[in-house]
Design a protein around this ligand. Structure first.
Ligand SMILES: [Zn+2]
Length: 373
């Protein structure tokens, strides 16, 4: 068992000092994400029993095969990009193709990214598709071409997306909230579109947000977003659990590169997000997810050997005990328990996220050279 802190990310959409309770410091700037895992994009530093950095990282001890999950705390002050995470085959072939000299760097690694967000306070997001008729009703208010609306109504989003982007102007983006109101959307959704327009006035991708379903999670509720499902988180503080990948293909609402063709190729039209109407203490186990999460508020829980787990203290205090001894966690630190570690017990007085991998070791989707499989 090892103890880690999160690796901080200061992306521009983060809340100013939004993660201070967990990062342990004020930076006076955006604190967007804290990463707990071995992904090279943000390797978590190890801390000793007194909470001091040891100079080592979790990745010095384990590779991605042993630590197949990446856990994050996220504080969004404004909308994140409209994005799609590539399914396994798309990630593998895309990664392979970009190894050619001169190829555009679209993929961060060859792995599928499937993710779940658990709200720690109320959290707003766009995830999955809004009904085509409702999306068309909003876009009709922006006077988009009949061709683009027809493609949308026929359910051909792959055709509709480039047509819509081609008609994006700052003037149309500015009218987004009015169009949402005219289409009869409830006030919180109209406000979400106003937020999009205010933050991304010149971004063509703003006109794709009407295609996405709006949802609001209360603390303890979760949304599972399989690879291939488009989404854009709007605002809030949450816990994110994902396969250990940083593959994000963006369609808009970003200063980073946008790859419309790659994003369309990554869409899985047969999949939808799963909203889990859970609350703290419930087991959150979406269908087909490679992980299961429980946010426990107090009491004792046995943590049996045999699976990778990360126990992240969100608030209060917690102790983890095994035959090797006992460690205390402070908020923003996590106990990392590999599949080979012995049974342990967690005792909490506060909120602890217990995240467990359910991927079988034989499904080598996370590791190695794609050619080997
Ligand atoms: Zn995402």
């Amino acid at each position: 068992m090892l103890v880690v802190r999160g690796a901080i990310k200061d992306y521009d959409w983060g809340m100013v000092d939004g993660l201070e309770a967990w990062s342990g410091r004020s930076t006076g700037g955006p604190q967007a994400e804290l990463w707990f895992g071995v992904h090279p994009g943000g390797p978590s530093p190890l801390v000793d029993i007194g909470g001091e950095l040891t100079g080592e990282h979790l990745a010095d001890h384990f590779d991605i095969e042993a630590i197949p999950l990446l856990v994050k705390l996220l504080a969004a002050a404004r909308p994140l990009s409209v994005q799609v995470h590539p399914p396994r085959l798309v990630a593998e072939s895309g990664w392979q193709a970009q190894q050619e000299p001169g190829a555009e760097p679209v993929y961060s690694d060859p792995f599928e990214k499937t993710e779940m967000l658990v709200a720690l306070e109320s959290f707003e997001a766009f995830a999955g598709w809004r009904s085509a008729d409702e999306a068309a009703a909003i876009l009709e208010g922006l006077d988009l071409s009949a061709e683009s609306l027809a493609a949308l109504r026929e359910g051909d989003r792959a055709a509709a997306i480039p047509l819509i982007l081609g008609q994006a102007t700052p003037e149309r983006v500015a009218r987004l909230a009015d169009a949402a109101a005219s289409a009869g959307l409830p006030d919180p959704q109209v406000a979400a579109y106003a937020t999009v327009a205010d933050n991304y006035p010149g971004d063509p991708g703003a006109l794709l947000t009407p295609l996405l379903a709006y949802l609001r999670l209360e603390a303890g509720q979760a949304v599972y977003v399989p690879a291939g499902v488009p989404h854009s988180y709007i605002r809030g503080i949450g816990l994110e659990v994902m396969t250990s990948s940083d593959n994000v293909v963006r369609l808009g609402l970003t200063s980073k590169p946008v790859f419309v063709d790659h994003a369309i190729a990554a869409l899985a039209d047969d999949l939808a997000p799963q909203v889990m109407p859970t609350s703290h203490g419930d087991l959150i186990w979406p269908r087909n997810a490679p992980f299961v999460v429980r946010v426990i508020s107090s009491g004792q829980e046995r943590v049996p050997s045999g699976a990778y787990r990360i126990l992240l203290l969100i608030e209060g205090t917690a102790r983890v005990t095994s035959e090797f001894g006992e460690i205390s966690l402070r908020p923003g630190t996590a106990a990392v328990i590999s599949a080979d570690d012995p049974d342990s017990v967690i005792e909490a007085d506060g909120l602890v996220a217990v995240v467990q991998s359910t991927a079988r070791q034989t499904e080598t989707r996370y590791g190695g050279d794609p050619d080997e499989h």
